[in-house]
Design a protein around this ligand. Structure first.
Ligand code: ADP
Ligand code: MG
Length: 688
């Protein structure tokens, strides 16, 4: 059986089974679903004399000599490898024991980037594999799979084990994809695909196997996403009455003219709210594009229907900002009678009690808050409209907790993390989307520059000049989890240093994650009231405040920040009419960090940045790891395999239309696989 524990396969045993567990492998089936992350075509190698500098290549040869370089600080091991055509030197650092592994005349395969070093070709720290005479058939002369490894498990061992298990159990694998779907798309049976994804006979079959597995992954994931949507929109929701005059009144009340994109989003919201089926919509737009204003329209529409609305934000600062914004915008005019309240965890207990009571009695029309809104004791009289801000900061289940406080309320999700269309379809195929791709007029431009840390003095000088002309500035330091204390000390020291030297005579404030909320708020308030000139901060600013006069930002060690983090940070400036300046102080070393910095200097367009981010990091890392199930997409990539994704989605729609509970016997395997791979979705789907 393919559910046989891997331990019982010949050549494994308890010790190896323990190691395999580190790769997530418990059963034969798990092993067969451990896919290569790349392949090497070892049917013919590039002759060493023909390798090109600057590209990744695979060569094969025998070891001519291996020696430790005793003079090098990084304990280099140098190996000379030759084939009939020539020889190449290879070097590894800080692994002196390697010298005992490399034996003369041993056959070796090397994969890595070839460089030219003192006019000689060299491979620096290549992947290598020693080839033994016995098991050449799996490891040479064919397209060879390269697997993710763990300590104590080698490529050769894995290949052999997988080959054994394929022989014993591949025939038992069951097809998750129903036969009619397979036929429609000319997909091979699972047994054949799994065999060929490990040991493809040629490039054509390799691609076919990859596409087939990708289809299966997309198909399952799309079923999850669609069923989640159905679990919401198949219910009877609240039908709001929305008079055309309401939109007019709303526009008339605002102190500014809505952008075209905002108007469109508001029209979308109005149309959804008027329907009986619950709304499930996401507003995407860059920081500052005016999403919140559009969301407020929905809150007001709920009020005109004598119902309640709730806005949940991920941080207290953000919740407060929404609250004050609402008050500022609507305290006068047609909507001044809307009763609003702010609920955050630091709201005094007494006040909370009153708020709970008023929510229950329907005496509050709009509640704005944080996770505090999820408290079990909170009940509404009639919650009909829910806004979730920065939803990727909340789990899917938290969203469900809040909406459960109403009876199928309309749901609006806001996100400032722009999501390229393809990924959006993969992840949020269950949501309708409104995109706000236009900034309110009258904003200044943001110019971004990158300088090495060595230029910091000159940068500070420039900041000083701008501050003396009336600007306010942010100086941002990274806080990295592992060494938070050290980093914090660095930020504090730097703060004192800046205060004493570069910025003498100016008013500086410091905020960081270890301060209490009151402390942070006090400083933020001072900064807002322009009683401080420069705010030194750790990344807690990321989702922060809206201070138009602050239009200078310096990001220190910018190479340590992720691309979307940099974009979010930079979004704190350029919120006023003045032009803004952002300086990245960075000494990037890795290729990735160079690419990130280039991207952020090149554009302020959040969608372009998001696409770059995806290209650089790949979809699995784009969002927080935990919630989206993207990690389960192993062979599939929504960016490069869009066509397959779209086909799989079509069929997932057909299947779920026929059997939205996955209760048909032929769908049992789908349900069981979802239970295993996407437990977070299954609960939502089948509970609802
Ligand atoms: P987001 O939620 O997308 O980050 P907000 O809705 O908070 O953006 O808007 C940012 C700021 O711009 C707020 O102060 C808001 O009042 C203002 N604003 C929103 N829409 C417009 C507009 N069309 N014209 C001018 N200012 C606007
Ligand atoms: Mg509705």
């Amino acid at each position: 059986m393919s559910s046989t524990p891997i331990q019982f396969i010949k050549g494994v045993g308890p010790a190896k089974a323990g190691l395999l567990a580190n790769l997530g492998i418990a059963t034969v089936e798990d092993l067969l679903y451990l896919f290569p992350y790349r392949y090497e075509d070892r049917s013919q190698f590039t002759p060493i004399a023909m390798v090109q500098a600057g590209v990744h290549q695979t060569v094969c040869g025998t070891i001519i000599s291996a020696r430790r370089n005793f003079y090098s600080k990084n304990r280099a091991v140098e190996v000379m490898v030759g084939d009939k055509s020539g020889r190449i030197s290879c070097v590894w650092f800080n692994q002196p024991y390697l010298v005992n592994i490399f034996k003369e005349d041993q056959e070796i395969v090397l994969y890595g980037k070839v460089d030219i070093f003192s006019k000689r070709l060299q491979m620096v720290v290549p992947d290598f594999e020693l080839i033994s005479k016995e098991d050449r058939s799996l490891n040479m002369g064919r397209i060879v799979p390269i697997y993710p490894l763990t300590k104590g498990i080698s490529q050769r061992y894995l290949r052999k084990l997988i080959d054994t298990c394929l022989g014993l159990h591949a025939a038992e694998l069951q097809d998750i994809i129903p036969q009619d779907v397979r036929r429609r798309h000319d997909l091979n049976p699972i047994t054949q695909s799994i065999r060929q994804i490990h040991f493809p006979p040629d490039a054509t079959h390799q691609q076919k196997a990859i596409d087939r597995i990708a289809f299966e992954e997309f198909f399952l994931f799309q079923i999850c996403v669609i069923l989640r949507r159905l679990s919401i929109v198949n219910k009877t929701g609240i039908t709001h009455k929305i008079a055309p005059s309401l939109i007019e009144d709303f526009k008339a009340t605002l102190p500014f003219t809505l952008t075209g994109a905002q108007t469109k989003a508001i029209d979308d919201i109005a149309a959804d709210m008027a329907k009986t089926r619950p709304m499930l919509r996401m507003i995407q737009g860059d920081v500052g594009s005016g999403k919140t204003v559009a969301a407020f329209f929905g809150c007001i529409a709920a009020w005109t229907n004598r119902k309640q609305a709730a806005v949940m934000a991920p941080t207290e600062i953000l919740a407060q900002q929404h609250f004050f914004n609402f008050q500022k915008l609507f305290a006068q005019g047609a909507f001044k009678r809307i009763r609003t309240a702010l609920l955050i965890s630091s709201t005094p207990a007494k006040e909370k009690k009153v708020i709970y009571q008023q929510l229950k009695e329907g005496e509050i029309d709009l509640i704005i808050g944080t996770h505090a809104l999820l408290e079990e004791t909170i009940a509404f009289k009639e919650l009909s409209f829910v806004v979730i801000d920065e939803q990727h900061k909340f789990g899917v289940d938290q969203r469900a907790l809040l909406t459960a406080k109403g009876s199928n309320p309309d749901i609006l999700i806001m996100t400032a993390t722009p999501i390229p269309r393809t990924l959006c379809l993969t992840l949020y195929g269950d949501l309708d989307v409104s995109v706000i791709n236009e900034m309110p007029p009258g904003r200044g431009l943001i110019k971004t520059y990158q300088f090495p840390t060595a230029k910091a003095q000159a940068v500070y000088q420039k900041v000083r000049e701008l501050v003396l002309k009336g600007s306010q500035a942010y100086i941002i330091y990274p806080l990295v989890d592992e060494s938070e204390k050290l980093e914090l000390k660095a930020a504090k020291d730097q703060f004192l240093h800046l205060q004493k030297f570069e910025f003498t005579g100016l008013r500086l404030g410091l905020v960081h994650g270890q301060m209490t909320r009151q402390e942070t708020d006090a400083i933020m308030e001072q900064f807002k009231r322009q009683e401080l000139d420069i705010l030194v901060a750790t990344t807690i600013l990321e989702v922060g405040i809206d201070i138009p006069n602050a239009n200078v930002m310096v990001i220190e060690h910018a190479e340590r920040f992720g691309l979307s983090q940099l974009h979010q940070l930079r979004g704190r400036i350029g919120r006023g009419a003045q032009n803004a300046m952002c300086v990245l102080l960075a000494d990037p070393v890795t290729e990735e960090s160079k690419l990130r910095l280039e991207a952020i200097v090149a554009t302020t367009d959040g969608f372009k940045i998001a696409e770059q981010d995806l290209n650089i990091r790949g979809p699995g890392h784009y969002f927080g790891r935990h919630q989206h199930g993207l990690n389960e997409l192993k062979m599939s990539n929504p960016i490069t395999q869009l066509e397959i994704l779209e086909k799989a989605r079509e069929d997932a729609i057909i299947l779920t239309k026929r059997d939205s509970q996955l209760s048909a016997p032929e769908h049992r395997l789908i349900k069981n696989t979802i239970r295993k791979r996407y437990p977070q979705y299954l609960d939502l789907i089948l509970a609802g």
